[in-house]
Design a protein around this ligand. Structure first.
Ligand SMILES: [Zn+2]
Length: 142
């Protein structure tokens, strides 16, 4: 998947603001070329009780879907942060995942970005995530 440095910074800024809770949002773009991100859209984490979960409301999904439509893009992915935890999908991430969508997980400690991984669900009888290489591109390449 391709993302610009500026977009990744937007995600890390959101993660830092939400720390120690998880942040979440949408990656709008195109599925072509192994996924290209064009826009980052923040969502509100509806999960109140725990800091290691995220939930996005159906209304925000609908809004993101409309924004994507207007821009002739698609929701190609969901991002969320893992405060003080590696960017590896949790059991809950696995249970909630949809096929074809990219899952970007940004690991953070307070204001500090640690690292980011992208995953995609494979379900050929055995449900698992496969690692998706992330390419940081220059804005001009979009
Ligand atoms: Zn997670």
């Amino acid at each position: 998947m391709k993302i610009t440095d500026a977009q990744l910074k937007q995600i890390y800024a959101h993660a830092a603001e939400s720390y120690p809770r998880e942040c979440c949002g949408f990656l709008l773009g195109k599925f072509t070329d192994n996924g290209i991100v064009y826009e980052i859209h923040r969502a509100t984490n509806q999960h109140q009780e725990r800091t290691d979960r995220f939930v996005i409301s159906p209304e925000e999904f609908a809004k993101a879907h409309n924004s994507a439509d207007d821009a002739e893009l698609e929701i190609i992915g969901i991002y969320h942060s893992h405060p003080d935890w590696p960017p590896i999908p949790s059991q809950t991430d696995m249970e909630n995942a949809w096929k074809d969508v990219f899952y970007l997980i940004a690991s953070v400690h307070e204001k500090m970005p640690l690292n980011t991984n992208v995953w995609r669900l494979v379900d050929d009888g055995i449900r698992r995530f496969e690692f998706v290489p992330l390419e940081i591109i220059d804005k001009n390449e979009l």
